[in-house]
Ligand binder design. Structure first.
Ligand code: CU
Length: 225
């Protein structure tokens, strides 16, 4: 079966593209690109920095790993880049690439596809935790939105009590001493707002002592790069 598939691929490569999908019994239909385990899917990272783990894709032909095939890596959403632009599958049918996220906030997507048949493809998603010098956390009933905020060292996070927001404070999880709302543990109602400067890098967990506890309920985190 593998030999038959390869001969069809050879025909595709010399230009007979139409033959690939015309026969429902064609072995080419049995080419499957999947996320390998571990795949590197659903990571979070910072803009302009490579994700911690590579993206890994696996090619199966008729259910068997296929080596020596070219997989093309392309960024399909977000402004990042993936390297190399193409790579060969190994004896386990696996190949990998490194994804550097772009500055686009939120979700970004990379697509891996088989050079010989781009319809054989799989996508990977990642979330950009874009670091800025200022960010806003909305203090609501009863949650902090977003729950995780990222700023650069020296950045300011503004905590704002939304309209209708009642009886909340911001307390640091020890040993950190920030963020901390004024006169805490006194609580505040909307309209209230205060700015917290984060001079140094680190992870700063906080919570509302009325509706949460460290790491649970109304709680949040500021990551300072
Ligand atoms: Cu609260």
């Amino acid at each position: 079966m593998t030999r038959a598939w390869k001969s069809i691929v050879g025909m595709v490569l010399i230009g007979s593209v139409a033959c690939g999908g015309s026969d429902p019994g064609s072995p080419l239909v049995a080419a499957l690109l999947t996320q390998a385990a571990p795949s590197g899917n659903n990571q979070s990272g910072f803009a302009n920095q490579p994700l911690p783990s590579p993206l890994r894709a696996r090619l199966l032909i008729n259910g068997h790993p296929e080596s020596g095939r070219t997989i093309v890596w392309t960024v399909s959403s977000g402004s990042g880049r993936v390297t190399p632009a193409s790579s060969l599958t190994d004896v386990d049918g696996i190949t990998f690439a490194t994804w550097t996220l772009g500055a686009t906030a939120g979700n970004q997507t990379v697509r891996a596809s088989l050079l010989e048949d781009p319809t054989v493809a799989v996508s990977f998603t990642a979330t950009s935790l874009d670091a800025t010098l200022s960010a806003t956390v909305s203090v609501r009933n009863n949650q902090f939105v977003p729950a995780t905020t990222v700023v650069q060292a020296g950045g300011i996070v503004t905590f704002t009590w939304n309209e209708g927001s009642i009886d909340h404070n911001v307390l640091p999880v020890p040993p950190q001493t920030v963020p901390q709302s004024p006169a805490s543990p006194q609580t505040f109602d909307a309209p209230s707002s205060y700015d917290q400067i984060f001079p140094v890098g680190g992870t700063f967990d906080y919570f509302c002592s009325v509706h949460g506890s460290p790491g649970a309920g109304m709680a949040g985190t500021v990551i300072v790069e």
